[in-house]
Structure formats: structure tokens, C-alpha cells
Design a protein around this ligand. Structure first.
Ligand code: GUN
Length: 288
């Protein structure tokens, strides 16, 4: 069994982003990322401060717009309109989840697709389905990068995704399908989860349920990618996979923490760099 080390790989990617940003800086371009944080969900606050720190290290200018839970949808739309028009900002990220009185779809659809570094806008989702160049959501994109780094080609493999969210499962499905995998996607209404996971060469799980995937649900030598993050009552962070029973059966497995998590941030930096390059190519500031 080999561990897929997302922490190490993300460091490599972040160093490379930093190097590329150094080149852009030499022609006077500093990529900019605006983050909208609504309310005071502790997990969202932690994620946003990690993203801020990563931007700073990479040389990305970042600004976090913190708003109270009581803010109106109209006000958020007004702020987004302002950021869409701000030429110094290349990427926009609205940290999810939003408070219940805000319509998330309306907010995500009001982000300029050219600045949609989270890849959640229907424009980018549609392009992803069609296999066209787009901003793909960072977590599934990070999983694809891990597979690539470990020379695991999804082409012709049976992949089972557990979890069909808009942020993870659905884009993961499309990235893998576009890469030539046969993809099965399971969700809350799936009748017999084990019958799906057991036959897969690669199992990818992201539902937020500790120990959902156990040893008897996985075939010998499977590759297991754990996107879940759960905090146990004793404070320990675990994924959705019962790591200690499953790991000995696998050919590869991602740990939690230190697996997919750090890759999400690395992909956000890459997407922001890509947005800055695209926008500056259009403006003629940088070449092809
Ligand atoms: N909430 C949980 N994951 C994500 C993510 O990848 N991006 C944003 N914007 N919010 C999230």
C-alpha cells in the first residue's frame, strides 16, 4: 500500500505557482483574488484564513470581504457587481455555505465566469460537461492532479464516486468521464452502496460521514481517495474511510489530513493564476 501525499504535492504546486507569478510580476501583473465570507461559521472562517495565507505566500493579492449573517442578498449582489468590475481582481470566491435566506444559485450565477476560480458558475460547469477549457472546481481538480502525479491513468478504469454534490461529486464525475473512465456515482438514495464500491478500481468518497467506507466494501488493490473531513468528539480529524481497516487492502490511499485537503488550496492558486493570465492575454499585457 502506498500513501498519496497531498501535502507534499501541494507544496510542489504552490512553489511552481509562486515561480510563475514572479514572471508575471516582472511585466507588472499581480494576480488578485477576492473572497466573500458571509456569517461566522467557524469552519468557513478557518478555510478562508488558510486561503488568504496561501495567497500571500504565492504572491497573490487577496482581499476578504467579511459580511454579517444578516446581510441581504441585494447587498451581496451589489458587492459582487463591484468586484466583477474591479480590474485588479482576477478571481472571485464565495465561501459556501451561505446563510439560509440567501439564494446560493443566484449568488454563484452573478460571478463573472472569467473570474469564477471555484468553477461553480453554470457557464463553467457546462463547459466542464462538454470537455471544454474551463475553471473546474478545486477539490475534484486536485484529485485528478493526484492521480496524474502517481501515474494512475483513469482511462478504462471502473471508478465509483460516493457523494453527488455540485461542488465535488458532479464535477468529479465529469472530469473522470472526460478522462476515459467508466464512472458510477452513488448518493443518499443508492440502494446497495457496497455493490457499487466493491467492483471499483478507484473509489472516491466525499460525503462527510466518518467510517462510511469499510474494508469489506473495497476490492483488493483498489485505489481509495478520501475527500471527507470529519471532526470526532475527541477532536481528531478523520475522513469518510475507515483508514486503518481499508488501507492494508489498497494499492494507493489518501490520508486525512494531508491528502485531498491541501490540494484544494493548491488548485485555487492555480485557477487564480490561470484567470490572471487569461485576463491579461485579452488585455495584451502578457503574451500567449
Ligand atoms: N465550501 C466547502 N468547500 C468549498 C469550496 O471548495 N469552495 C467554496 N467557495 N466554498 C466551499
Amino acid at each position: 500500500m502506498k500513501l498519496i501525499d497531498g501535502k507534499e504535492l501541494s507544496k510542489k504546486i504552490r512553489a511552481n505557482v509562486k515561480k510563475e507569478i514572479g514572471v508575471l510580476e516582472s511585466v507588472g501583473v499581480t494576480p488578485g483574488l477576492a473572497v466573500l465570507l458571509v456569517g461566522d461559521d467557524p469552519a468557513s472562517k478557518t478555510y478562508v484564513s488558510m486561503k488568504e495565507k496561501a495567497c500571500e505566500e504565492a504572491g497573490i493579492y487577496s482581499i476578504v470581504h467579511k459580511m454579517p449573517t444578516s446581510i441581504s442578498q441585494e447587498k451581496i449582489l451589489e458587492i459582487l457587481d463591484m468586484i466583477n468590475k474591479n480590474d485588479y481582481i482576477d478571481g472571485i470566491l464565495v465561501q459556501l455555505p451561505l446563510p439560509a435566506h440567501i439564494d446560493t444559485d443566484t449568488i454563484l450565477e452573478s460571478i463573472d465566469p472569467e473570474k469564477d476560480v471555484d468553477g461553480f458558475h453554470p457557464f463553467n460547469m457546462g463547459r466542464l460537461v462538454l470537455g471544454l477549457d474551463c475553471f473546474a472546481p478545486c477539490t475534484p481538480l486536485g484529485v485528478m492532479r493526484m492521480l496524474q502525479e502517481y501515474e494512475i491513468d483513469p482511462k478504462g478504469k471502473d471508478v465509483c464516486i460516493v457523494g453527488a454534490s455540485n461542488i465535488v461529486g458532479k464535477p468529479m464525475f465529469n472530469l473522470l468521464l472526460n478522462a476515459g473512465a467508466t464512472v458510477d456515482i452513488c448518493h443518499i438514495f443508492t440502494k446497495d452502496l457496497k455493490s457499487h464500491t466493491k467492483r471499483a478500481d478507484i473509489v472516491i468518497v466525499g460525503v462527510g460521514k466518518a467510517n462510511l467506507i469499510t474494508e469489506e466494501m473495497i476490492k483488493d488493490d483498489a485505489i481509495v481517495i478520501d475527500i471527507g473531513i470529519n471532526r470526532l468528539e475527541n477532536g481528531k480529524l478523520v475522513g469518510d474511510v475507515d483508514f486503518y481497516s481499508v488501507a492494508p487492502k489498497c494499492s494507493y490511499i489518501t490520508p486525512v489530513p494531508g491528502g485531498v485537503g491541501p490540494m484544494t488550496i493548491a488548485m485555487l492558486l492555480e485557477n487564480t493564476l490561470k484567470a490572471a493570465k487569461n485576463r491579461n492575454k485579452k488585455k495584451g499585457t502578457v503574451g500567449e
